[in-house]
Design a protein around this ligand. Structure first.
Ligand SMILES: NC(=O)c1ccc[n+]([C@@H]2O[C@H](COP(=O)([O-])OP(=O)(O)OC[C@H]3O[C@@H](n4cnc5c(N)ncnc54)[C@H](OP(=O)(O)O)[C@@H]3O)[C@@H](O)[C@H]2O)c1
Length: 297
C-alpha cells in the first residue's frame, strides 16, 4: 500500500499534492478543479506564481470543502520585509481563512521596492538584495506572526534551505515543520535528508519528475522498470519519492496525467534500489535561481 500521508508534529500532510507553478488561464483552472475533485488534498501554491486568484477560484469551483484540503503557500522573496502584508494578500487572493502550511520560499531577501517583482536587479545587473535584512529576521517574523495568528497560519516551514541555513534559523528555538526542496532520483539530497531526519524536519519533494522537459521521463532504464510494473515512468518516480520518505508535489496541466500521478504503485525493494542507482549515475539539479547558490549536497 502506498502511504497516503506523513506525520507532522500536530497532524498529517498528504503524500501527494498538486504543484501549481505555471498553471494559468482556463487550462490551469480546469486542471486544478479536476485534481481537487479527483482526490488531491494538498495544493502547493506560492505568492510568486502569480496565480493565487485562479487557485482560489478552482478551490471554490471544485465544491470540495476547505476543511478537506491542505493548502500550502509561500512568502515571496521580494516580500521578506513585508511578510504580514504578503500573508494578508495571499489569504485574500486564495479567498481562504487559513493556510495549513506557510513556507519561506527561499532564504533570499530581495528588495521589496526594487525594479522587478520577482528578481530586482541593480545597475550592474547583480541581484538587488534587501539591505540590512536576511532570512533569519524573516524566520523570526514568520514565527511571531504564526504565534499571533495560529488559526490563519497553522504551521510554518521553509523551502530551498540547505543545512547551513537550517542551522541558523534553528538557533531561534523554532524548528521548521517542513523543508520543501528539489527531490528526485538524480537529486536525492542524501545529506540534507539525514540532517532533517535528525532535527524532525520533514522534506517535501518539489519537481519530483525533474521539472519541465525532464530527461528522467525518457530514461530507458526507468522505462524498463515502469513497463515491468505496468506503470508509467512518472508513477515510478513519484512512488520512489514517497517510499524514500517524503511527500511529492507533481504538477500537470493534463487531466489524464493528473489522474495518473495520484494512482501510484508499491515498488519492490529491488526496483526501488535500481531507481536510486539509476539516479545516482547522473546527479543533477534542474531548478536554479540567480538569488541563491545551493551547497553541493
Ligand atoms: N519551493 C520551490 O522553490 C519550488 C520550485 C519548483 C517547483 N516547486 C513546486 O513543485 C511543483 C512541481 O515541480 P515542477 O512543476 O517544477 O515539475 P514536475 O512536477 O517535476 O514536472 C512537471 C512537468 O512534468 C510534466 N508531467 C506531469 N505529469 C506527467 C506524467 N504523468 N507524465 C509525463 N509528464 C508529466 C508536466 O507537463 P504537463 O503539464 O503537460 O503534464 C510538466 O512539464 C511546482 O508546480 C511547484 O508547486 C516549488
Amino acid at each position: 500500500m502506498v502511504k497516503s500521508s506523513f506525520r507532522l508534529k500536530d497532524g498529517e500532510i498528504p503524500s501527494i499534492g498538486l504543484g501549481t507553478w505555471q498553471l494559468e488561464g482556463k487550462k490551469g483552472l480546469d486542471a486544478i478543479v479536476h485534481a481537487i475533485r479527483g482526490g488531491y488534498k494538498m495544493i502547493d501554491c506560492a505568492f510568486s506564481y502569480w496565480n493565487q486568484e485562479l487557485v482560489g477560484r478552482a478551490i471554490k469551483e471544485s465544491g470540495v470543502p476547505r476543511s478537506e484540503l491542505f493548502i500550502v503557500d509561500k512568502l515571496a522573496n521580494t516580500w521578506h520585509t513585508a511578510a504580514e502584508d504578503c500573508l494578508d494578500e495571499t489569504l485574500k487572493n486564495l479567498d481562504v481563512d487559513s493556510l495549513d502550511l506557510w513556507l519561506m520560499h527561499w532564504p533570499s531577501s530581495l528588495n521589496h521596492n526594487g525594479n522587478d517583482r520577482k528578481c530586482p536587479r541593480l545597475a550592474d545587473d547583480s541581484v538587488d538584495y534587501e539591505k540590512d535584512w536576511d532570512y533569519l529576521k524573516t524566520w523570526e517574523t514568520m514565527v511571531e506572526i504564526q504565534r499571533r495568528r495560529p488559526h490563519e497560519v497553522k504551521r510554518i516551514g521553509v523551502a530551498n534551505f540547505g543545512i547551513k541555513e537550517l542551522e541558523r534559523i534553528i538557533q531561534t528555538g523554532v524548528v521548521p515543520e517542513v523543508n520543501q526542496v528539489e527531490l528526485h532520483p538524480e537529486c536525492n539530497q542524501k545529506l540534507l535528508n539525514e540532517y532533517c531526519d535528525k532535527k524532525g524536519i520533514l522534506l517535501v519533494g518539489y519537481s519530483p519528475l525533474g521539472s519541465i522537459g525532464s530527461p528522467l521521463l525518457k530514461n530507458s532504464k526507468l522505462e524498463a522498470i515502469a513497463a515491468k510494473n505496468n506503470a508509467s515512468v512518472a508513477q515510478c518516480l513519484l512512488s520512489w519519492g514517497i517510499q524514500s520518505g517524503w511527500p511529492v508535489i507533481p504538477r500537470s496541466s493534463s487531466p489524464e496525467r493528473i489522474d495518473q500521478n495520484i494512482t501510484l504503485i508499491q515498488l519492490s525493494e529491488d526496483d526501488f534500489r535500481r531507481i536510486t542507482e539509476i539516479g545516482a549515475e547522473s546527479p543533477k539539479r534542474y531548478i536554479n535561481a540567480p538569488w541563491y547558490t545551493f551547497d553541493d549536497h
